[in-house]
Ligand binder design. Structure first.
Ligand SMILES: [Zn+2]
Length: 107
């Protein structure tokens, strides 16, 4: 997956289309992301301790990673991501850096 935790993303489809937020968690096994403030669902929480009240909390639910675009921290635009081998290293190893397709800056 090209988007990782801590990235800022733009949602491009679904009910939260055009919202932006920070990726709180990435779930590469299912290709999904949890984005701050996006796909928020209300969940009831039972009281855990005695005397504590149950409450309703809002939690962001995972969305499909294909429904977001990375917001490039350099040019601020929603961009696709490319990979580039880090300089002087073997491209087959995990030494790649991410590149913004718009401004070619390393992310
Ligand atoms: Zn850029």
């Amino acid at each position: 997956m090209k988007i990782i935790k801590g990235d800022n993303v733009l949602v491009i489809s679904g009910k939260d289309r055009l919202k932006t937020g920070k990726v709180l968690r990435s779930l590469p096994a299912v290709g999904r992301l949890v984005v701050e403030g996006v796909n928020v669902a209300k969940k009831s929480r039972r009281p855990r301790k005695q005397g504590e009240k149950g409450q309703i909390v809002s939690l962001p639910m995972p969305i499909d990673a294909s429904n977001v675009k990375l917001l490039c921290p350099k040019c601020g635009k929603p961009a696709r991501v490319a990979y580039k081998a880090a300089e002087g290293r073997n491209p087959k190893e995990k030494n790649k850096t991410r590149i913004c397709k718009k401004c070619s800056a390393e992310i």
